[in-house]
Design a binder for this molecule. Structure first.
Ligand code: HEM
Ligand code: HEM
Length: 155
């Protein structure tokens, strides 16, 4: 098991805990939660790829590689949909609270939203023409996005 499986579960748990501690879930929160699920689904690819690279067990390697091959055609659309859901989340939130810079959730959310946009752009650039540099940029944006979302949920 790669540490990213554990970290992803922890982030999912934090999201669920935040939702559970609210009395009711309004539409703007629902879009944020869906965006989180779509992001985590795509980001788990990193955990799967790292496990494939590190595992000694050939059977596990083959199983995970076959599984991730099936997901490839959906990856780009799941990522783009995550951005769309978060743009709706942001529009609803800003209509509700305005640009309130004293509300940490607005500031941390905007940071996460910008990294997500960069992530999606880097994904499309990688798809059009892949290079080792673009691959590293896509992965490092993913790691930054993970921590930006973690800060957004904890604050
Ligand atoms: C990757 C990007 C994002 C994800 C995954 C995300 C996810 C979430 C989730 C799951 C919640 C509800 C749980 C909680 O309160 O912690 C939430 C709340 C919130 N988000 Fe985001 N969000 C993102 C981006 C943004 C952006 C761009 C904004 C900027 C406007 C924003 C502003 C807020 C605010 C203000 C709340 C609290 C709403 C309230 O108290 O009713 N988020 N977000
Ligand atoms: C939430 C957004 C996204 C996340 C978290 C994400 C994450 C990842 C991860 C972890 C990998 C594997 C990295 C590796 O090579 O070791 C990957 C690969 C890739 N991503 Fe994304 N990605 C996102 C959005 C996109 C989008 C919108 C596209 C658009 C085309 C895209 C295109 C690709 C391509 C072409 C690859 C390499 C082929 C493959 O292994 O599937 N990604 N992505």
């Amino acid at each position: 098991m790669n540490k990213w499986f554990f970290l992803n579960l922890l982030l999912l748990g934090t999201g669920i805990w935040q939702l559970a501690s609210r009395g009711s879930i309004s539409v703007h929160i629902l879009f944020g939660a869906l965006g989180l699920l779509f992001f985590l689904f795509n980001w788990t690819r990193h955990a799967v790829f790292t496990t494939i690279r590190n595992t000694e067990n050939r059977q596990t390697k083959i199983k995970l590689a076959t599984f991730s091959k099936k997901i490839v055609p959906f990856h780009r659309w799941i990522g783009t949909t995550a951005l769309l859901l978060i743009v709706i989340h942001a529009v609803l939130v800003i209509r509700l609270f305005g640009f309130n810079w004293h509300y940490p959730k607005i500031v941390s959310g905007l940071v996460a939203g910008m990294v997500l946009a960069a992530m999606v752009i880097s994904g499309w650039m990688r798809l059009i023409r892949s290079t080792a540099r673009k691959r590293m940029i896509h992965i490092w944006l993913g790691i930054s996005l993970f921590f930006a979302v973690a800060v957004h949920l904890v604050l």
